[in-house]
Design a protein around this ligand. Structure first.
Ligand SMILES: CC(C)(COP(=O)(O)OP(=O)(O)OC[C@H]1O[C@@H](n2cnc3c(N)ncnc32)[C@H](O)[C@@H]1OP(=O)(O)O)[C@@H](O)C(=O)NCCC(=O)NCCS
Length: 154
């Protein structure tokens, strides 16, 4: 498994495909997904923090994506995972755990001691991966859909 920084023009279709599939896994549908708005947000993220916006590859073929950033949370800088994604053929092989390890190394390099993410309350597989990695539920939030905010202190 290797990682490369996202190239918006080159990877646009891949980014949309991965995000739509994540919506389906999270909320059962990709209805209402705003492709243009998402690509614009991704462009901002790549410009702000390229080393956190990565395509995951195996033998130079894209198999997933990871999106990491540093955000302000109640006046403190923390790490934030925007997206963790693996194509279906690459799930259930322990690679999700490797992506979390990569995220935690990134956050340590960025000198933050805590990170958060939000996950759909019904995405049991993702919640199990995060719980196994030592994340705990902080609270329930509603972003149009019920989600859990989870956190880990590094
Ligand atoms: C979420 C994702 C990154 C997890 O990576 P993965 O390597 O496939 O994870 P695993 O298959 O090891 O599953 C993680 C844990 O959940 C368990 N699990 C799998 N399916 C499950 C289910 N339906 N319900 C509960 N637990 C489940 C696994 O047994 C494993 O726990 P274990 O290590 O204690 O046995 C990957 O499945 C994925 O990309 N899913 C689609 C996109 C997505 O939902 N992203 C998360 C958005 S927040």
């Amino acid at each position: 498994m290797n990682f490369r920084i996202i190239d918006i023009e080159k990877d646009k279709d891949l980014l949309i495909k991965f995000r739509k599939d994540t919506y389906i896994h999270s909320f059962g549908t990709d209805e209402g997904f705003d492709e243009i708005g998402y690509i614009n947000r991704m462009e901002e993220r790549v410009n702000k923090c390229p080393s956190g916006q990565l395509i995951v590859e195996e033998d130079n073929t894209p198999i997933g994506q990871i999106g990491l950033g540093i955000v302000d949370y109640c006046g403190t800088q923390i790490g934030y995972i925007n997206l963790i994604y693996l194509l279906s053929d690459y799930r259930g092989k322990g690679l999700g755990k490797d992506l979390i390890t990569n995220a935690e190394n990134f956050f340590r390099d960025m000198n933050v001691s805590e990170y958060h993410l939000r996950v759909s309350s019904t995405n049991q597989r993702a919640i199990q991966l995060y719980t196994n990695s030592g994340m705990v539920k902080l609270r329930e939030e509603n972003k149009g859909q019920p989600v859990l905010r989870m956190k880990k202190i590094l």
